[in-house]
Ligand binder design. Structure first.
Ligand code: PMV
Length: 292
């Protein structure tokens, strides 16, 4: 059985959302595909290599299988992964691989899990691998669409282009979250108002998405969000160079996800831009699904 699950992009509000402020997050039309077959032993085949159950090379898939086995014990399975989502770049590739594997396992072994169950197990896998996590990535990858976080209010998922430029530098979420926590511990009276401002940006952006598209307003909000992300120390010189280069072309951009590397995003009139290591994605309504 083959299943697929989408990537995600944080449009506004990363880091502030760790402190219960608002973020706008959308699934996008890049997918991870998991093909699962019954077998007498365990085999995982992915761009990262071919292994048995292996919690070092394939932690997300191995923990997905382990957590699934707690529901339905299995003696073996072959899992083959093909993914359109760049790894460790803030686009939710880990959650997409977890969710697609769980959905394919559910179909292959006929366990009748609901998508709520799959989301819950994927959340457990996130905790097994990372020790913590907001659960946002598994949620978006399972259900698709655009959402206001943390309350998980579903927004009208419109069709627009998102330019993604990959810095090709790794973005390590746990490190960046820790760095921001340290800064906040030192200067709470300065950092908390920054988070409040980011909260305001996400809420304003939600209004703009709700009431049609005012690209100029969205550009203002992207600009302000990036300034504040820079202020809390999660930008990088590579990110800033890309943003500067886009700005020279009249495009306003920001980092997405944890920062320190990863990807830069821009929305609006971006379709015909030719930029190295870039691609265009669109919001994706559909979450995890079985592929025929
Ligand atoms: O880079 P990503 O996709 O792991 O996103 C991290 C977003 C943070 O707000 C920095 C952390 C979180 O759990 O929300």
């Amino acid at each position: 059985m083959k299943a697929s699950a989408p990537a995600k992009i944080i449009l506004f509000g990363e880091h502030a959302v760790v402190y219960r402020k608002h973020a706008l997050v959308t699934a996008v039309n890049l997918r991870c595909f998991a093909d699962v077959k019954r077998s007498s032993d365990f085999k995982i085949i992915s761009p990262l290599g071919i292994t048995k159950l292996d919690f070092e090379t394939h932690p997300w898939i191995s923990y997905a299988i382990k957590n699934f086995s707690n529901i339905k014990p299995i003696n073996g399975v072959e899992v083959r992964i093909e993914s359109q989502i760049p790894i460790a770049s803030g686009l939710g590739s880990s959650a997409a691989v977890t969710v697609s594997v769980l959905k394919a396992l559910d179909a292959e072994f006929e366990t009748g899990l609901s998508n709520d169950d799959i989301c819950e197990i994927a959340r457990k896998v996130e905790i097994d691998v990372q020790g913590a996590g907001s659960g946002t990535d598994p949620f978006i990858s399972t259900f698709g669409g655009m959402w206001l976080i943390p309350e998980r209010k579903k927004l009208n998922c419109k069709d627009f282009n998102i330019l993604v430029v990959d810095t090709k530098e790794k973005s390590i979420t746990s490190e960046m979250v820790k760095k921001v926590a340290e800064l906040r511990n030192k200067y709470p009276e300065i950092i908390d108002p920054i988070f409040d401002a980011i909260d305001g940006i996400s809420l304003r952006a939600m209004e703009v998405f709700d009431t049609g598209f005012d690209w100029k307003k969205l550009a203002d909000l992207i600009f302000l969000n990036q300034c504040l992300l820079r202020a809390i120390g999660v930008s990088s010189s590579k990110i800033e160079k890309i943003i500067e280069m886009l700005s020279e072309k009249g495009i306003t951009a920001k980092l997405t996800g944890a920062g320190g590397g990863g990807c830069v995003i821009a929305i609006g009139d971006v379709e015909d831009l030719k930029i190295d290591n870039s691609f265009i994605v669109k919001p994706e309504k559909e979450g995890v699904r079985i592929e025929e």
